[in-house]
Design a protein around this ligand. Structure first.
Ligand code: MGD
Ligand code: MGD
Ligand code: MO
Length: 760
């Protein structure tokens, strides 16, 4: 216990900002774009970003408006593009100079900065260095390992949400033809709780609003989401909604600049002005207080009804919903002391939100990871649905549920069958189309994959993008699990931790990114994606690939499948790899609502998938009705002297990809190892701002330590603290997951802050 944490000599702390966008956003965009791509390439690339005929932003899943401007991207989208379209390359020499042990010592930030991977690489069994390998040999090697497994369930096929619909569809087809449903994906750590709660209550696990609904909402609640950093183009939509008269309420333990005020960085007249005030009310709720807040709002509504107000949409409830009586009965027993304890809010703060809820029947609730990564996330989101159902605010223009997705195609990947618990109807259709019998037994999600690797049940791991080693919980456990594998395979654009933490043998398969021209037999191919609001559209890259050796994800999947399944496969992998229209034809015959896929996706802007609650107020639940639910209000026990910690993204990262060391809006510069604590809590804990502390978790009697964090006094709710992901993942226990969705509880971890051992 004597080692000190890593040091960050350049770390500086300034004041948190009160406004997002503006001149600093322009400067930052330019610096990142020019630094990675140079001027000509920057212009060539950014002019195609999110344009019809261009490529979809590899950043977030926020939709494009129909009246898109010539500049339809944000600072962080530009950074995501620059990261991929960089002119830097990882050479053979780099791998010869740096063994895996060396790579494992490099911070993720440095690994990413090496540039694009240019050729397949192989780490021989027990070897110390990656060496070049041909595509054929790489495929044959992986196929051999897969075929040698005692059972197909000894392999796991992970997907990160950047993968296109076409690649995702073929990838799940490959895994299932091989014989397993072990298809963990990043969604398991992301919006799984949203999908679970929404499927149970409204019958569709996706959001029910369109961009137009946001623009015409009366009231927008933004709960547990930091759009200024993670979905910056959403601020433009919020600004327009405000112009149309919407009121906005932010519910967040941290005061996030992007929710307070916005200056549009691409409108010269706005750049230097005051900007638009966004949140009318800002509730600095305690971490995990949201279920209590929504129950309190529901209860105030019932009380108002009793007093003669007409707030319940009785006709909607009678015609379309189940379970209202039980819900109402339960809320009448609400314990206000518990609400105060859970939320840390005053009664008058909650009543102020209620006034807005009462004054509007066009209500949208937007949320992201602040709601999905807790033990009670599924009940919390069900409680959000309760309130909206009671007000009749689902399936009405300007109203609905809006889980704001993360990765740009995470929703599409799920639509394409990337799911460890596929519906029987999906497997039936897949089996019928391709003439095979897909496995029926459910597979492993992310957390269960880690357990299975740890326990020796999964010994081959394949990652279609992403960074499994760093994104997942309980870093020490996960890394040991990966290292215990026979073979780990990563299909990647750039180096990351998952290339350094490998099985006994490892392969890196370098792929094309979204920005790049994808030529198959001389013909340019386009892929498709689905955004957060169920719009499906084309994405076509235009840049010359980072190397002639790269293959598309589609071609890589087909290559793997062809070698692994051999003659026995009923699928024409080679033909599919050369013509993505053929892939889309197959998708159209398997996945519901994709009829005439090729034709419809070529219409400008693509097409929107049906959503029965949104379109027709039809609720495809077991009973055919939307369901009110009864959810128990519990408060996470935080023992004396501990804080409830959440892990967030800085303004300068994309998940585990660290673009830089600036978190401009929160006033953090030149470093990342900080922990944000309310100044009164700093004092109450007998600590001092600016000192170095270790973060200690004690889940289930096991001690986990993250070392060396600067203590920053910060406007967060009392009793809570925040630090950055992925540095803090070592503290997220594998055994602490959301009930019903098994999502790691990355936003509620009980920690103790201990003065750090001096690095002296
Ligand atoms: N630039 C950029 N864009 C991204 C990403 C990125 O890393 N960088 N990641 C993408 C991905 S995969 C995703 S999933 C999304 C993530 O988008 P977000 O969910 O916005 O990301 P987080 O940084 O996890 O922020 C969570 C927010 O919830 C708040 N919060 C935490 N706990 C609670 C709580 O208990 N209650 C409430 N009400 N609020 C809480 C935090 O203070 C923070 O503001 O963004 C996507 N877009
Ligand atoms: N503590 C904590 N942990 C979290 C979270 C949190 O809030 N807190 N958030 C969770 C969430 S919401 C998510 S979504 C996961 C993210 O988990 P992942 O999706 O696994 O992680 P990323 O960092 O997005 O993956 C980045 C890597 O993807 C590869 N890549 C980039 N573009 C492409 C491409 O076009 N094709 C291919 N094949 N590879 C590409 C690059 O090699 C890059 O290094 O992390 C989760 N983990
Ligand atoms: Mo995510």
């Amino acid at each position: 216990m004597s080692e000190a944490g890593p040091t960050e000599p350049g770390l500086g702390i300034g004041k948190p900002k009160q406004v997002a966008g503006g001149v600093p956003a322009v400067i930052s965009t330019t610096r990142h774009a020019l630094g990675e791509m140079g001027l000509v390439r920057s212009l060539r690339t950014l002019s195609k970003l999110n344009q019809i005929g261009g490529f979809d932003c590899p950043g977030c899943a926020w939709p494009e408006p129909t009246d898109r401007s010539h500049i339809e991207f944000c600072e962080n989208g530009a950074k995501a593009v620059a990261e991929e379209a960089t002119t830097r390359r990882v050479s053979r020499q780099f791998f010869a100079d740096h063994g895996v042990a060396d790579l494992a010592r490099m911070p993720g930030f440095e690994l990413g900065k090496q540039g694009r991977i240019t050729e397949p690489m192989w780490l021989p069994p027990g070897g110390t260095h990656y060496e070049p390998i041909s595509w054929e040999a790489a495929f044959e090697l992986i196929a051999g390992k897969l075929r040698a497994l005692p059972s197909p369930d000894g392999a796991a096929f992970y997907t990160s949400g950047r993968t296109s619909n076409e690649a995702a569809f073929l990838y799940q087809l490959f895994a299932r033809s091989f014989g397993t449903n072990n298809l963990p994906d990043c969604s398991n750590m992301c919006h799984e709780s949203s999908g679970t709660a929404l499927s149970e209550t409204i019958g569709v696990g996706k959001g029910s609003v369109t961009l137009d609904d946001i623009l015409h909402a009366g009231l927008i609640l933004i709960v547990g989401q930091n759009p200024g950093t993670n979905h910056p183009r959403m601020l433009t939509a919020l600004e327009r909604a405000k112009e149309n008269g919407a009121r906005i309420v932010a519910v967040n333990p941290l005061r996030e600049a992007g929710l307070i005020r916005f200056r549009h960085p691409q409108r010269p007249k706005d750049l230097l002005g005051q900007g638009t005030d966004l949140a009318d009310l800002y509730l600095q709720i305690r971490v995990n207080g949201d279920l209590a807040l929504f129950q309190a709002l529901g209860r105030l509504m019932l009380d108002a009804e009793d007093g003669g107000a007409r707030l319940l949409d009785r006709e909607f409830i009678a015609t379309h919903c189940d379970g209202f009586e039980a819900y109402a009965e339960h809320l009448r027993l609400l314990d206000w002391d518990l609400v105060a304890e859970a939320t840390g809010l005053t009664r008058s703060e909650i009543e102020a939100v209620f006034e807005l809820v009462a004054a509007n029947d066009r209500i949208v609730v937007c949320w992201a990871m602040g709601l999905t990564q807790h033990k009670n996330s599924v009940p919390t989101i069900r409680e959000v649905v309760n309130l909206l159902l009671a007000r009749g605010s689902i399936g009405r223009p300007g109203a609905g549920v809006c889980p704001v997705r993360g990765h740009s195609n995470v929703q599409g990947d799920r639509t394409m069958g990337i799911y460890e618990k596929p519906a029987a109807s999906f497997l039936d259709a897949l089996g019928a189309e391709f003439g095979f019998a897909p496995p029926r037994e459910h597979g492993y999600d992310v957390v269960d994959t880690i357990r299975a690797m740890r326990d020796g049940k999964v010994t081959v791991f394949v990652g279609m993008g992403g960074n499994f080693a760093a994104a997942t919980p309980d870093t020490d456990v996960t890394e040991a699990a990966l290292r215990s594998c026979e073979l780990t395979v990563q299909v990647s654009t750039k180096l990351n931790r998952s290339h350094a933490v490998t099985g006994r043998e490892a392969v890196i398969l370098p792929c094309l990114g979204r920005t790049e021209l994808d030529l198959r037999r001389g013909k340019a191919q386009a892929v498709t994606v689905e955004d957060s609001m169920s719009m499906v559209h084309l994405s076509t890259g235009n840049l010359r690939p980072a190397s002639d050796e790269l293959m598309s994800e589609v071609a890589i999947v087909c290559g793997l499948a062809r070698h692994t399944l051999g003659e026995s496969s009923t699928v024409e992998w080679e033909r599919l790899a050369d013509d993505y229209d053929l892939v889309r034809e197959r998708i159209a015959r398997v996945v519901p609502d994709f009829e005439e896929f090729n034709e419809r996706v070529r219409r400008p802007g693509g097409f929107v998938l049906p959503h029965p609650p949104r379109d027709k107020r039809e609720f495809p639940t077991a009973t055919g009705r939307a369901r009110f639910t009864v959810n128990e209000l519990t408060v996470v026990a935080v023992p004396e002297g501990r804080l409830l910690m959440q892990t967030v993204r800085s303004h300068d990262q994309y998940n585990t990809t660290i673009y830089g060391l600036e978190d401009r809006y929160r006033g953090v510069h030149g470093g990342r190892r900080v922990v944000f604590v309310h100044p009164d809590d700093v004092a109450a804990l007998g600590l001092e701002e600016g000192t170095m502390v270790d973060l200690v978790g004690e889940h289930d009697g096991t001690t986990r330590v993250a070392r060396g964090f600067r203590l920053v006094g910060y406007p967060t709710a009392r009793g809570c603290c925040a630090t950055y992901f992925p540095e803090a993942n070592v503290l997220v226990p594998l055994g602490s997951t959301a009930d019903g969705s098994n999502t790691p509880t990355s936003k509620s971890i009980v920690v103790r802050l201990v003065p750090a051992v001096s690095s002296g």
